[in-house]
Design a protein around this ligand. Structure first.
Ligand code: G6P
Length: 509
C-alpha cells in the first residue's frame, strides 16, 4: 500500500514539524494519575518497570513517541514509591521515549481516599451513569473526607510538582492535564504559573448538569470553576462538549457560554471547549502487531480458534458490560444450536481496581457465568469461552489480529480504544459490533454493527448477522474501518491539539 504509507509519512512529518515549532522554546508537561511506567518489586527485591495500563496511558504513550515531555504522575504502587525515593528528585526516563517521569508521593491514606473513594467509584460511576440512584451513592462523611483529605490534597501535590518543574524552565510551559483525577489542577497550576498554557483533557464521558446533581453543589461547582482556569478543555465527543457548556451555564454564576463557538467566559478568563476524539498510534501499533512477541502469542492462540471466534478485550470493569456480552452468547448458543462446537469466545480480561468491592464482585460474576456457559454448552473437546485474566498487552493484540467478530458493548465509554485497535490489526476481515454509547461510535458507526448495550435481543441478532455475513461484505467493512482508524489516529488527535495550542499562544483560536 504505497499510497497509505506516503500518507502516514506525510502525517508524521507534519506532526514533527509542528512539534518542533510548538516546543522550540517551551516545554511540555503532561500530568495524570497513572503514569506511563509502573514499578513492581520483584521477589529478589529488584525494581521491575512495566508499561502503565488502560486507555489513557495507551494513547498518551503512543503520542509520546513523537513528543519529548516531562510526565508528572501519582506513585500508585509500592514500587513507584520506592522508585521515586531512589530517584531522589531526579526524573526517571521511560525506555524508548523522550519522556521523563516524576512520581508524586502523598501519604497512602490520602491517596486511598483520592483513588478508592472519590475518583473510583464516585466520579467514575457518576460520569458513566452507573449509579443505581434509589440506593447509591450515599454521600456520607467518608465522601466529604475523601474530597477534603484525598481529592484536594492529591490535586495540590500534583499541581505543586508541575509548578516546580515549570519554574525550572526558561519559558512558561504547555501543561496537559489528564482526566477526572485532576479536575482541580487547572486552577492550582494557574495560581503558581499564571502564564502557562493549560489544557485539560477528560478521557471519560461528560454528563449534563442534572447528572452532576448526584454530588453536592459545592463539589460540582468547584470542579467546573477550577476546570475553567484551563485555556482549553478537551473532551472526547461533540456531545461531551455540549454537556460541559450546559454544566457551566447551569452551575457557574456569571459564566457567559457561547454555544456556537464553544467557549465559556468566566471570571475574566476565556476557555475554549473542544472535542478531540482520541485514538491509537496506528503506525506504531501495526509494527508492534508484527513483532516477534505478538507473533509468538498469535501462534499460541491459533489452536484455540473456533470455526469463527468472537474476541473481546476489556479491563474487568462494570461499564464494559461484560456480563451482558456473555448472556448474549448464551442466548445465541441456545437459539442456534448449529453454532455449538463452532463459535467460541476468547476474552482478554485485564485485572482492574480489584480493591474495590464492586469490581471484585463483578469479576467473580464474570467467572461464574463463564463456568456456567462452559458447563452447559461445552464438552471435553470444546469450551465456548476462554478467559485470559492478566495484564498482557501483546497477547491481547495477538488476539485482536485473529477475531472474526470483535464485541465492544460498553454501557457508555469515553472513547474505547479497543474498537480502534482491533480493526487496525485484525487480519481476518473481522466484523466490529459496537455499542452506540462508545465514544468511538461517532467515527465508526457506518461500518460497524451497532447495538444498544442493554439490548440483549439486539446483541444476539448482531452476533448472528456478523456470523453469517457474506465474505465480500465483511471485507468491505473491515477495510473501511481500518482506513478510518489510520486516517484519524493519534497524530490527528495530537495535531489538532497542538495547532490549537499554537494558535492560542499567538493570541486566540
Ligand atoms: C480509563 C481512564 C484512565 C485510567 C484507565 C485505567 O481509561 O480514563 O484515566 O488510567 O481507565 O484505570 P486505572 O484506574 O487502572 O488507572
Amino acid at each position: 500500500m504505497p499510497e497509505a504509507n506516503d500518507n502516514v509519512q506525510a502525517k508524521l512529518h507534519r506532526l514533527e514539524a509542528l512539534t518542533q515549532e510548538l516546543l522550540a522554546h517551551r516545554r511540555l508537561i503532561i500530568a495524570s494519575n497513572r503514569g506511563p511506567i509502573e514499578y513492581r518489586i520483584e521477589a529478589n527485591g529488584a525494581l521491575e518497570a512495566q508499561r502503565g495500563g488502560g486507555g489513557m496511558v495507551t494513547a498518551l504513550l503512543g503520542a509520546a513517541r513523537f513528543v519529548p515531555a516531562i510526565w508528572v504522575a501519582s506513585a500508585m504502587t509500592d514500587g513507584d514509591r520506592r522508585a521515586a525515593e531512589e530517584a531522589d528528585g531526579h526524573l526517571l526516563k521511560v525506555p524508548d521515549n523522550e519522556i521523563y517521569v516524576r512520581f508524586v508521593t502523598v501519604p497512602q491514606s490520602v491517596y486511598q481516599r483520592h483513588y478508592y473513594v472519590f475518583c473510583n467509584p464516585l466520579l467514575w460511576f457518576l460520569q458513566h451513569f452507573m449509579w443505581n440512584t434509589p440506593r447509591t451513592p450515599n454521600i456520607g462523611r467518608a465522601v466529604y473526607e475523601a474530597w477534603e483529605s484525598g481529592y484536594i490534597p492529591v490535586n495540590e501535590a500534583i499541581a505543586q510538582a508541575i509548578i516546580a518543574e515549570a519554574k525550572q524552565q526558561p519559558e512558561p510551559p504547555f501543561v496537559l492535564l489528564q482526566d477526572y483525577h485532576l479536575y482541580l489542577a487547572p486552577a492550582l497550576v494557574r495560581a503558581g504559573v499564571p502564564d502557562a498554557t493549560i489544557m485539560h483533557f477528560t478521557h471519560i464521558p461528560w454528563p449534563g448538569p442534572r447528572n452532576w446533581g448526584v454530588i453536592p453543589e459545592f463539589m460540582r461547582r468547584r470542579i467546573h470553576e477550577d476546570m475553567c482556569c484551563a485555556d482549553i478543555v478537551g473532551l472526547q465527543t461533540r456531545g461531551d462538549v455540549q454537556n460541559f457548556l450546559h454544566c457551566c451555564e447551569a452551575m457557574l454564576d456569571g459564566a457567559a457560554v457561547d454555544y456556537q463557538h464553544c467557549t465559556v467566559t468566566f471570571r475574566d478568563r476565556f476557555v475554549y471547549v473542544r472535542a478531540y476524539p482520541i485514538s491509537v498510534d496506528a503506525a506504531g501499533l501495526l509494527l508492534f502487531a508484527q513483532s516477534p512477541e505478538v507473533r509468538q502469542y498469535r501462534e499460541r492462540l491459533r489452536p484455540l480458534l473456533g470455526e469463527q471466534t468472537i474476541v473481546r478485550v476489556d479491563r474487568s470493569e462494570p461499564s464494559k458490560n461484560i456480563i451482558r456480552g456473555l448472556r448474549a452468547l448464551e442466548l445465541l448458543l441456545e437459539r442456534y444450536p448449529d453454532f455449538r462446537g463452532k463459535v467460541n469466545v476468547l476474552q482478554f480480561l485485564v485485572p482492574s481496581r480489584s480493591e474495590l468491592g464492586v469490581y471484585q464482585t463483578y469479576t467473580d460474576e464474570i467467572f461464574e457465568l463463564v463456568d456456567s456457559i462452559n458447563d452447559h454448552f461445552g464438552d471435553i473437546g470444546w469450551q465456548p469461552v476462554r478467559v485470559f485474566y492478566e495484564e498482557n498487552y501483546a497477547q491481547a493484540i495477538a488476539g485482536m489480529t485473529l477475531y472474526d467478530i470483535l464485541l465492544v458493548n460498553p454501557l457508555i465509554d469515553g472513547m474505547n480504544l479497543v474498537s480502534k485497535e482491533g480493526p487496525l490489526v485484525n487480519e481476518r476481515d473481522g466484523v466490529l459490533i459496537l455499542s452506540e454509547l462508545a465514544g468511538s461510535f461517532e467515527q465508526l458507526s457506518e461500518y460497524s454493527l451497532p447495538i444498544s448495550p442493554t439490548d440483549l435481543e439486539g446483541t444476539v441478532r448482531a452476533l448472528h448477522q456478523a456470523l453469517t455475513m457474506p465474505p465480500d461484505e465483511r471485507r468491505r467493512r473491515a477495510a473501511a474501518l481500518k482506513r478510518l482508524v489510520q486516517e484519524e489516529d493519534i497524530t490527528f488527535w495530537l495535531e489538532r491539539q497542538f495547532r490549537d495550542l499554537m494558535t492560542l499562544s499567538r493570541g486566540g483560536l
